[in-house]
Design a protein around this ligand. Sequence first.
Ligand code: EPZ
Length: 416
Amino acid sequence: MDKIVIKGGNPLHGSVQISGAKNAALPVLASALLTEGTNTFQNIPDLVDIKTIKKLLISMGAEIEGEQTVKIKVDKITSHTASYDLVKTMRASILVLGPLVARAGVARVSLPGGCAIGARPVNLHLKALEDMGAHVELKNGYIEAKAKKLKGANIYFDLTTVTGTENIMMAATLAQGTTVLNNAAREPEVVNLADVLKGMGAKISGAGTDVITIEGVTSLKPTKAAIIPDRIEAGTFMIAAGMTRGEINVNGCNPNHLEALINKLRDTGMKITPIKNGLKVSAGKKINSVDVKTIPYPGFPTDLQAQMMAYMSIGNGLSVISETVFENRFMHVSELLRMGADIVIQGGNAIVRGVPRLRGAQTMATDLRASASLVLAGLAAEGTTEISRVYHIDRGYETIEKKFSALGADIKRVRQ
Ligand code: EPZ
């Protein structure tokens, strides 16, 4: 297992190019199950999770070629099973459930276990499929879903669920009649998927709002589309610039997807200005401590909570960080404490008292975004930080150490 070694203290300068969004590419690749013929998807990021979903789709009969531009064809579904050994490495595998039931009338998908950040049940996905007439059973850790033909239904999600919205939106494209998703997720990745499905001939309105209407059609045709830039990768680099007292250009990002973060970072004293194809981001004279509360889009994203906590751990005052989306997304706190941060957890809130400087330490990554927060802490800390189990980072960040060292950071990957 590799580790990342960082000598902290270098202010970041220069430009970074943002890759395609992992959480848009995953559902878009799964949507290829809905139609015969060759789909072409551009701006696919080079990530471990993308390799995993490609493996899963190939095991179901997909023919796939290409990396950044992917051609994917599923003329025939040869297997309806998403096996445990694949699903356990990536819970987003659940995204094949909706398309499989819609296209083939049957699906056998391993229940994704919990993960470091919470139990992460999929009950809302299953209830919605049942509302659409599917017969859903749980057998030996697998979801077994069957439906001769899904029927349009009026679905109400008790909680806003991103992949739940994506799964059922895909399933509804081939259902008989109209489906309405109430309390739907509004993330840009949901809108990207809806645009791809419309390119295939699906009839969808309301994507990006909390009510999405899908009128079922009898079949879809292959399409060509591009994946949106990764707003979480962009946000991670923006926060890094603030933490290291640097100034960088974040190229290829979409500022409209980052409004909650931009406002928050300006409150901390950073200067953020739109430039031709992205944002120019400069650190403030000091780091004002601010409060943060994570809520579904367009609120402050839970996927940037850990990175923001690393930033606030060197703020000039007290910051209360509330995590309302997941029940256990403070795994990074114990590692930040080992670097000298002053953080107390009270239920879903972390009380962060800023300290003048973090100190480098040996740390361990636990989940994707927690590991990103340790990289940021290491970049700003005095001394050397080592982060083990970096496979967590490779799931969601394309060559993170190369991108940071191109910005002047003293960071390298050590093969162990
Ligand atoms: C998506 O996960 C993202 N993953 C996550 O990004 C992101 O953190 C999350 O949305 C929230 O924005 C992908 O898009 C592949 P949810 P998802 O369903 O869809 C509860 C990353 O770092 N819930 O919106 O799994 C759930 O437990 C990852 O890239 C149910 O109770 O999240 C959570 O508390 C991490 N029952 C809340 O809803 C359900 O059936 C939101 O979860 C579904 C969800």
